[in-house]
Design a protein around this ligand. Sequence first.
Ligand SMILES: Cc1cc2nc3c(=O)[nH]c(=O)nc-3n(C[C@H](O)[C@H](O)[C@H](O)COP(=O)(O)O)c2cc1C
Length: 377
Amino acid sequence: MIISSPTDYREAARRRLPPFLFHYIDGGANAEHTLKHNVSDLSEIALRQRVLKNVESLSLTTELFGRTLAMPVALAPVGLTGMYARRGEVQAARAATARGIPLTLSTVSVCPIEEVQKASAAPIWFQLYVLKDRGFMKNALERAMAAGITTLVFTVDMPTPGSRYRDAHSGMSGPNAAFRRMLQAVLHPQWAFDVGLMGRPHDLGNISAYRGQPTKLEDYIGWLANNFDPSISWKDLEWIRDFWKGPMIIKGILDAEDARDAVRFGADGIVVSNHGGRQLDGVRSTARALPEIADAVKGEMKILADSGIRSGLDVVRMLALGADAVMLGRAFIYALAAGGEAGVANLLDLVAKEMRVAMTLTGARSIGEIDRNMLAL
Ligand SMILES: Cc1cc2nc3c(=O)[nH]c(=O)nc-3n(C[C@H](O)[C@H](O)[C@H](O)COP(=O)(O)O)c2cc1C
């Protein structure tokens, strides 16, 4: 299949992956309205075309949490990444490092923290969920610090998992799930060999390391359902703030009041996110929520945004709406599933190329020059 744009990777991933994995990535909560609006609202953001601005020397670099990034982009934490490509977290981290940006490793990754950080020439970011088992949380933070990770992404929009109905239909969960998954794997021999056979062990690396026994894919859904903690409040986060020495980013903010609370809490940044439409269907798209959050807290901490970004043009749109940087979720996962490390590296090149074109045609020479003035209202 010919890949000429960042969005080509979705179809390439669909062909390669067993359906239970493709739909796990591609799907959202309930009727998937928020998932759709994340993409459509963002794509409707119009930019001002500007001319004769001398944009010959153009730079995508940005400063974020004490590091210069090649562009204002990070790879989002995505659970089970090692099921979409062989040792997927390692491949994604290598591609991200080569392109001068960080990968955020999910709590529920297949590859454990140490394996991914060891393979990566620069520090990755680590994402932690609020879990009932505080012992696990402390252990994960200690291991991340010991591995040399300094940036923590703390995800707060999953006190309980959303209702993802596609998973039951696809065989990810539901009746005869294990049998259906095996059948699908047999019908996708490339994936079965590359990931199913060569990508083992298939467990939740960080959790297995803590429990001292493998946590298999079969246990994943149950583990998620039983371990998220709906009793959590800002107060419970204080020990983490004190324990973690580096920058702490709160991921999953969609409301200006919560963004102000994050400033009061002492966060170094937030990710404006609805978890890619996978949690509460019917909440606003991030493109719609971001401007008022930026009005409330811009300049007091870094604002990252995700959900619905599928291209370099979308990155520029999010920056114009008020983000300092963005996270790519499905966009990079589709590329990883389709082409591994090379796929992610190529995706990032395509994203950078689109950003350059968009900046040239809007007259922005640097990331700092992308602001609301660029929006055509
Ligand atoms: C398959 C999948 C798994 C995810 N797992 C996690 C996770 O483990 N931790 C987390 O904070 N967010 C997780 N997310 C949410 C992403 O970090 C990100 O917020 C979301 O994908 C952004 O939306 P987009 O995919 O439309 O860009 C996951 C998203 C997907 C698609």
